[in-house]
Design a binder for this molecule. Structure first.
Ligand code: NAP
Ligand code: HSE
Length: 427
């Protein structure tokens, strides 16, 4: 197959094994779509002795350096994950003028701009549709379809594992550890589930989305982050009581002065909101733009086959570019936008606290909020949540003001330590 386009696959796990299978089983279809044969020449793995049904063991190698040293590769598909050694492998592949397809959001969120520089210098492609929201086409719509518009906000559910866990905890009262184990079994969770449950995975995706949407560089450290591990049964009960569910929401916003904010937080979402209806490991992303208005993208955000669909789309497009000559798009980050510190970003909050149940306590609590210029929308004391469990819904306020109010609340004799904050999505 001398005229074929040569593809090397790095990684043959949850996603890689599905990609390999399609490249092997659908080669005639793919050839027709590209105009040239796509030849899977090798698959790099850690352990070549692991059983891999449907994969010819002659394709396997554990020597990634030697594979990348071949220098006849047209496309390298990286499905190993993590920052290293994946980052070094991608630099080597791009420098050797292979186009790269990756699903590695962790790497892109810290080293995306430098990888794009190498791709551009070598006139090759770097595609990453699968890095954000699994099967959902969102990178290409932001990079291409909406590139003539002005995007003002991108928000949504971008982590399937946490959506799956939160839903089971909310609906069935299921235990956190049990549901996490199920998510791992279904291939949703990252190799180290800390990335999912502590919000790092969603924060990496938020950095990628914010950078693309607002044509600027946003890295993982710029993204505010809170995971779901501190959510308690009380928080879930409070959400139910308020007619809400709890989702891990990513938000990227462009302010009127051109600065940008990005964050990932557990958020109460009213049951009437479309995001409340995003179930299992599904993801959904809302885009607001000046001319197109509101757009919603929804689909499977995790799992081997859905993610492989996005990877295969990138492989076909990189292969077409390779077959016809020009490389595709490069990074469009021509703005140097100011990143708004997360403490200064406004949101509605639900504040819950244990208080002594006696006259005057509510007035003391209200005074603290007033002192920090936090305006209150509603106060609840639901007997089902404990006789002296107080829930306060605020109007939009800055996180820094809320944090200061919490410090002062906890100094009151009538309020116990352990006051909690959860963001609330507007209806
Ligand atoms: P995975 O199941 O853990 O598979 C990782 C693969 O990489 C395995 O085949 C492993 O080899 C191989 N590998 C690990 N270290 C290696 C090394 N140093 N050299 C060569 N091979 C190595 O991971 P995954 O879930 O498929 O995820 C792959 C990528 O896709 C990650 O970037 C992830 O964030 C992204 N992603 C995953 C999903 C999902 O739903 N799973 C969705 C979207 C994006 P062995 O098989 O020998 O262990
Ligand atoms: N672990 C990720 C998730 C996979 O649960 O969404 C997709 O990136």
């Amino acid at each position: 197959m001398s005229n074929s386009l040569k593809v090397a696959l790095l990684g043959c796990g949850t996603v890689g094994s599905q990609v390999a299978q399609v490249l092997l089983d659908q080669s005639d279809e793919l050839k027709a779509r590209v105009g040239r044969e796509i030849e899977l020449v090798a698959i790099a793995v850690r352990d070549i002795n692991k059983p891999r049904p449907g994969i010819d063991s002659a394709l396997l190698t554990a020597d990634v350096e030697a594979l990348l040293g071949r220098r006849d590769l047209d496309i390298v598909v990286e499905l190993i994950g993590d920052i290293e050694p994946a980052g070094s492998y991608l630099r080597a592949a791009l420098s050797a003028r292979a186009s790269v397809v990756t699903a590695n959001k962790a790497l892109l969120a810290v080293a995306g701009p430098s990888l794009f520089e190498i791709a551009e210098a070598n006139k090759v492609d770097l595609y990453y549709e699968a890095a954000v929201a699994g099967a959902i086409p969102i990178i290409r719509p932001l990079r291409e379809s909406l590139v003539g518009d002005q995007i003002t906000s991108v928000k949504g559910i971008v982590n399937g594992t946490t959506n799956f866990i939160l839903e089971k905890m909310y609906n069935d009262g299921a235990d956190y550890q049990d549901v996490l184990a199920q998510a791992q079994l279904l291939g949703y969770a990252e190799a180290d589930p800390t990335a999912d449950v502590e919000g790092f995975d969603a924060a990496a995706k938020a950095a990628i989305l914010a950078g693309l949407a607002f044509h600027t560089q946003v890295v993982l450290d710029d993204v505010g982050r809170e995971g779901i591990t501190n959510l308690s049964a009380d928080d879930i009960a409070a959400a139910k009581d308020m007619g809400c569910t709890i989702k891990l929401l990513a938000r990227c916003d462009l302010a009127d002065d051109g600065s940008v904010s990005a964050g990932v937080y557990p958020t109460m979402v009213p049951l009437s909101h479309p995001l409340a209806g995003v179930h299992d490991a599904y993801n959904a992303i809302f885009v607001e733009s000046r001319y197109a208005g509101h757009l919603m993208f929804m689909g499977k955000g995790a799992g081997g086959a859905p993610t492989a669909s996005a990877v295969l789309g990138d492989i076909v497009i990189a292969a077409r570019n390779r077959a016809r000559g020009p490389a595709g798009l490069h990074l469009s980050a021509y703005h140097q936008r100011k990143i708004i510190p997360n403490d200064l970003v406004c949101s509605k909050f639900y504040v819950s606290m244990n208080v002594v149940d006696k006259p005057g306590v509510l007035a003391e609590v209200a005074k603290v909020f007033a002192r920090h210029e936090v305006s209150l929308q509603a106060v609840r004391q639901n007997p089902d949540l404990g006789a002296a469990r107080l829930g306060v819904m605020t109007h939009p306020a800055r996180l820094s003001d809320l944090k200061a109010a919490v410090i002062d609340l906890e100094t009151l004799d009538a309020v116990s330590a352990g006051v909690t904050l959860i963001r609330v999505e507007e209806e």
